[in-house]
Design a protein around this ligand. Structure first.
Ligand SMILES: CC(C)(COP(=O)(O)OP(=O)(O)OC[C@H]1O[C@@H](n2cnc3c(N)ncnc32)[C@H](O)[C@@H]1OP(=O)(O)O)[C@@H](O)C(=O)NCCC(=O)NCCS
Length: 118
């Protein structure tokens, strides 16, 4: 199906977890390997009408657990300064490891956040 091909193209070999409501993908999280024991969360998105119901928190919790079970030692992600997602990441144990000035464009700073396997 076209939809499946589209999804596979986006994934490009990345691991993914999704919240599905009927035919709708309400949210998803993607991760790709960046080192032998290191993985980068490249995407976390919940569509607006499904937000503030805990879906991102659930996706993140499951992804962290499975990535550590898969043998990764460290999970990294990037977040824009001011994005409320930072609170979510801190609630799950991520800490800021490096500032990323203008990572998102002029005047839009980012942060690298990471969590290590307990
Ligand atoms: C960020 C995003 C993924 C959160 O999804 P969500 O399903 O609404 O998040 P949850 O309901 O699981 O919220 C978990 C926690 O995140 C924080 N949070 C999420 N959205 C927030 C908001 N709009 N304002 C303040 N805090 C927020 C809160 O701490 C929240 O816990 P609480 O509800 O107990 O207060 C969603 O808003 C989104 O897709 N945004 C656009 C894409 C994006 O910015 N992704 C992150 C890129 S790094």
């Amino acid at each position: 199906m076209g939809g499946t091909r589209w999804w596979q193209r986006i994934l490009g070999g990345q691991q993914s977890w999704a919240v599905i409501d009927g035919a709708v993908v309400a949210g998803c999280i993607l991760a790709r390997r960046i080192g032998r024991r290191k993985v980068l969360i490249t995407w976390l998105y919940v569509i607006p009408e499904f937000r503030r119901r805990g879906f991102a928190a659930r996706l993140l919790r499951i992804a962290i657990s499975e990535l550590f079970n898969d043998g990764y030692e460290r999970i990294r992600l990037h977040v824009e300064v001011g994005n409320p997602a930072r609170d979510l990441y801190e609630q799950h144990g991520f800490t800021v490891s490096r500032p990323m000035p203008e990572h998102y464009g002029k005047g839009r700073d980012g942060l690298r956040m990471e969590i290590s396997r307990p």
